[in-house]
Design a binder for this molecule. Sequence first.
Ligand code: AP5
Ligand code: MG
Length: 210
Amino acid sequence: MNVIILGAPGVGKGTQAQLLVDREKFVQLSTGDILRSEQANGTELGLAAKLYMERGELVPDTVILNMVALRMETGKSYLFDGFPRTIAQAEGFETILSGRGMKIDRVISLEVPFDEIVKRLSSRRVALKSGRVYNLMSNPPKVEGICDVSGEPLIHRADDQPEAIQVRLQEYEKKTAPLKQYYERKIGVSIVDANGEVEAVYRRVKATLA
Ligand code: AP5
Ligand code: MG
């Protein structure tokens, strides 16, 4: 089963995807995580994406589509987290999928009010290599500043500063939000209330996959 997780920045896409990877047979494909790891490794792709990401703007569609096409293998169950992000990406994605004889089985839209999003992002900490996500308020690591699983230092993402958060939310409204209607027409969208405890949200997400 292949699943797209839609939702605004900070709504909890990565958190829910990680739980599904840990507890079910899914592989997470997060374009944001891939781009951050490319940056950490100083690759050409990472450098090309850096300025867009720091400002909170979307990286060009062709870059993203090539990156995803290179990483997709047949025979796996993918959770697409943060991709597609524009109508052009969704259309290009259809070509990638059909070329591999694959399809999307579910589209989930996680939803919380914007003020909750700003709160979640301001107190988020992430581990770059493991991709694990923490929150100083709702999900702190066992040892301050250290990933529970990989032991690597936790960072405050450059785009989790107030100015970049605002740009990301605007980009989302303008370019990504229309995807909900796009997939509503094509496959149907399961809307999940992402308010409340992480485990409560997980139960709602899991129910949509039955
Ligand atoms: P990306 O990394 O995808 O960022 P995003 O979409 O802005 O989403 P986030 O990762 O910020 O949030 P999330 O929904 O995963 O929330 P999380 O689980 O971390 O993209 C970053 C940038 O890369 C983009 O701006 C763009 O430049 C570029 N990019 C990436 N993909 C692209 C694409 N396809 N096209 C073009 N450009 C692309 O949770 C947030 C916080 O809340 C955490 O601290 C978490 O612990 C906490 N939390 C989660 N759930 C709960 C809960 N239920 N209650 C309380 N706290 C919670
Ligand atoms: Mg994420």
